[in-house]
Design a protein around this ligand. Structure first.
Ligand code: ADP
Ligand code: MG
Length: 347
């Protein structure tokens, strides 16, 4: 592991923990995301890693070297970590080139501008090198900020909601380009975001945070298809939640019918099925144990459709492709395509 974060904790006020016993690692050349709702402690976690904040407990190691503990605190500028802030934080009185050259203190002065220009070109900003931040668009400032962060060749780049000030189309393309630049440079990065789609599409692995705690770490596919907790299941997209009591069984009785589980379970359980793991069909006499429902709402989204179906008084969400066409008030049969995930009960 390049970065190792071990049981870090931070409170600003007594007895109000903002980061609670968080542990994770980031590998060489890996893009890692910290995903969670606003206020869950993502920025504070980044600031503890970068050294802008002192931790109360735990340790941070980079390349095997201790950076932070209760006894040690390497200052931010000595950590070899680059930082892209949410508001870019460029120096307003300096040109793009000067902003990038500023941090290249390890290079002799005459080499700084040449190298800064090279990095600006890599982020597609070469032709704008003499412009000040005020003369650049949000997307362009974002690229200068990225160039400034990666120019000193840090071991790790921290990106705090770097795309949130860009409009939807620019956000998408900038995200792809930034990912490609980081991968090409062979750098490791941590992206902080509250946007699940951004985390899933940008990162190699994602840690889902809730209220100062990391609830799950995994690849985008793992956390989406095998969420461990109800929070993770619901934060990563829409889902259908079922509560049931079972005794060493891999099926449960629900309003839809007998639902199959991914594994056997016992006791009071909570399960999740993604809307695309259910489908609806026209009732044609035999329903094979599946229940009938009524379409109560439909969201047409071009490439797919979301149906809201009332089944014996309970509402379910179903995603289908755009060839499955039903209207409001149509009678349908709900069916399960993939087994349900059994969630852990966290208190
Ligand atoms: P996120 O980035 O996930 O939105 P933050 O890490 O910024 O969350 O903040 C988590 C919590 O810590 C919030 O309740 C915030 O108000 C509090 N907090 C963050 N920084 C400070 C600070 N310097 N002093 C006091 N409280 C803070
Ligand atoms: Mg934040």
């Amino acid at each position: 592991m390049l970065l190792e974060v071990k049981d870090i904790e931070k409170s600003f006020e007594k007895d109000v923990p903002v980061v609670q016993k968080s542990s994770f690692g980031v590998k060489d050349n890996e893009i890692f995301a910290l995903l969670g709702p606003s206020g869950c402690g993502k920025t504070t976690t980044l600031r503890l890693i970068s050294g802008f904040e002192q931790l109360d407990n735990g340790e941070v190691y980079l390349g095997g070297k201790l950076l932070s503990s209760t006894k040690k605190h390497v200052p931010p500028q000595k950590r070899g970590i680059g930082f892209v802030f949410q508001d870019y934080a460029l120096f307003p009185h300096m040109s793009a080139l000067e902003n990038v050259a500023f941090g290249l203190t390890k290079l002799p002065k005459y080499k700084r501008n040449v190298f800064a220009e090279e990095v600006l070109c890599r982020t597609g900003m070469g032709q704008h090198k003499h412009k000040s931040p005020a003369e650049l668009s949000g997307g362009q400032q974002q690229r200068v900020a990225l160039a400034r962060a990666i120019a000193p060749k840090p071991n790790l780049v921290l990106l705090d909601e770097p795309f949130s000030n860009l409009d939807a189309i620019l956000r998408d393309s900038t995200r792809k380009e930034v990912r490609a630049i980081l991968k090409k440079a062979g750098m490791s990065a941590i992206l902080v975001t509250h946007d699940q789609e951004e985390a899933l599409s940008f990162a190699d692995r994602v840690a889902v945070m809730n209220d100062g705690r990391i609830e799950q770490i995994g690849t985008p596919e793992e956390i989406y298809y095998n969420p461990k907790t109800k929070f993770v299941a619901q934060f990563l997209g829409r889902t259908n939640i079922f509560e049931a009591r079972v005794d060493d069984s891999d099926t449960i009785d629900t309003k839809i019918g007998h639902i199959k589980l991914k594994c056997k379970a016992s006791g009071q359980i909570t399960c999740s099925i993604r809307p695309e793991h259910l489908t609806i069909e026209r009732p044609n006499g035999t329903t094979n144990g599946w229940s009938k429902g009524i379409v109560v709402a439909r969201e047409f989204k071009g490439h797919d459709i979301t149906y809201h179906v009332d089944c014996n008084g309970e509402k379910f969400i179903v995603h289908t492709d755009n060839r499955v066409l039903f209207n409001r008030d149509d009678e349908v049969v709900l069916k399960q395509l993939e087994p349900a995930v059994v969630l852990q009960n966290v208190n």
